[in-house]
Structures are given as structure tokens and as C-alpha cells.
Write a protein that binds this ligand. Structure first.
Ligand code: MN
Length: 255
């Protein structure tokens, strides 16, 4: 059996001009996440943002791994702050579902891979905070552009990965060039998380979890799913996650 990897998704209002259907709400996620998991040997399942603890707990009970995808800003109330004017759109259903799901996923020790928003949500779920907007809140720093108009598989800035970190081992490199599509970032790190990669301006670009439980929890600020074709190092992240999910499934079956 291949491990089942849940992929988070958003709600998107959309019309269909061709079929002349009226505006509706759709569950949507970038197919690159789905492809990335499938290429690595996992079976991806897209998780709709459902209300209520029972749904989140039931879903967590079926998963071998969780991929937290990128997307809209997380509402700052989840880390005890009021929104600032620079906060972008939030999707309340998505925020609520992912935070509830993470409670159950963390309890079960399910391997988690967070990408962009996913890394941020992970940090908040574990007790950390975010910059709601880097350019208005990260003071005393000349920021690199963390936004790009160029194609998503093209790198935007460099990242220095801590030697000896889990992610350095997975990616096989301590100097990377990555794409960048974020105006938020990890601010106060959650207990248990370690920042293991920075851009030259000091923004946290990757985190991993370190404690005695040896749980597999890793987050990257760049869109690794969109850089899979630019080199094996980004695909390796997906492979490492799927492998951790396989081990988790075996442990679960043996328990
Ligand atoms: Mn960046």
C-alpha cells in the first residue's frame, strides 16, 4: 500500500463562462502539490475545508502524511493579534479547518510538510507568530523582493541552509536558489521548531521540528512544488515526506 497524503485546499469563488454557470464556491488546490506527492510515490487526497472537530479528527485518522499547501493569509487572531491594514484576504473556513486538523494530526504524530502558508500555519499551530506583512513589520532590514512576477519555477533569491540540518541532508545542498511568493513570514518561532534556512535579509525560509519523538515535521517558505522540474533537490523534499509517511503507516499498522 502506498501512503495516503492529505493535501489542503482553499475555497474559491468562481464562475464558468463557457457553461454559463453562475458564480459558485469551489474546492481548489494547485495540481503541482498533487503531482509532487504522486511522483514521490504517495497517494494524494485533496482535503476540503470542512467545519467541525469531528470531520478534522476523522480525516486525521485516515492519513499517513499531511501536506499543508500555500495560499491566503492566516487570520492573525490565531496568534493573538488584531489584523493590520496590510493583511491580505483570509479564508475563515480554511483557517479553522487547518488549525483543527493540525491538532489531531500533531497528536497522532503524522508527518507534516508545510509549504509557504503551510509553513506559517504549522508555526502558529505549534504556538508561534507571524509577520502579518514583512515590509511594514520587519524593521531595520532592507528586504529582498519576496515576490516575483517571473515564472514560478524560476528562482528569485538565495537561501542559506544550516549545515547538518535535516533539510540540508534531504536537499543535498546548503546553498539554494528558490522562488518567492510571500509577504508574510515566521516571526516568533514555536517551541520545538528550529529555523534551518534564511534568505540573506534574515527572513526564515525553512523550519524543522526537533524533539525526542523524532516526528517528521518540516516547512519551507518557497513553493517547492513549482520547482520540481528545476532540480532534484526540491523533488527530494516530497520523497522524504512520503518516505516518512510510509514509516508512520507501518508503525501504525504494527501498533
Ligand atoms: Mn522568500
Amino acid at each position: 500500500m502506498a501512503p495516503l497524503i492529505g493535501v489542503t485546499a482553499t475555497l474559491k469563488e468562481d464562475g464558468d463562462a463557457v457553461a454559463e454557470r453562475p458564480l459558485g464556491r469551489y474546492v481548489r488546490t494547485d495540481f503541482d502539490y498533487v503531482d509532487g506527492v504522486a511522483e514521490a510515490g504517495g497517494v494524494p487526497v485533496i482535503l476540503p475545508p470542512l467545519a467541525g472537530s469531528l470531520a478534522a479528527e476523522t480525516i486525521a485518522g485516515t492519513l499517513d502524511g499531511l501536506l499543508l499547501s500555500g495560499g491566503s493569509d492566516l487570520h492573525p487572531s490565531y496568534y493573538g493579534q488584531e489584523p493590520i491594514p496590510e493583511l491580505n484576504v483570509t479564508v475563515p473556513e480554511r483557517d479553522a479547518f487547518e488549525m483543527e486538523l493540525l491538532k489531531h494530526v500533531l497528536l497522532r504524530g503524522i508527518p507534516i510538510f508545510g509549504i509557504c502558508r503551510g509553513m506559517q500555519v504549522l508555526n502558529v499551530a505549534l504556538g508561534g507568530t507571524l509577520y502579518q506583512d514583512l515590509s511594514s513589520q520587519m524593521e531595520g532590514v532592507v528586504l529582498l523582493g519576496h515576490r516575483q512576477e517571473t515564472p514560478k519555477w524560476q528562482p528569485k533569491h538565495e537561501v542559506e541552509v544550516n549545515a547538518g540540518s535535516q533539510i540540508a541532508g534531504i536537499m543535498g545542498s546548503s546553498e539554494l536558489k528558490v522562488n518567492s511568493y510571500h509577504h508574510q513570514a515566521v516571526r516568533d518561532l514555536a517551541p520545538g521548531l528550529v529555523t534551518v534556512a534564511h534568505s540573506p535579509d534574515g527572513v526564515a525560509e525553512a523550519v524543522e521540528y526537533r524533539d525526542l519523538s523524532e516526528r517528521w515535521i518540516l516547512g519551507v517558505q518557497w513553493h517547492a512544488e513549482a520547482m520540481r522540474t528545476s532540480g532534484p533537490e526540491h523533488r527530494n523534499l516530497f520523497s522524504a515526506h512520503v518516505e516518512a509517511a510510509e514509516h508512520h503507516a507501518l508503525r501504525r499498522a504494527a501498533a
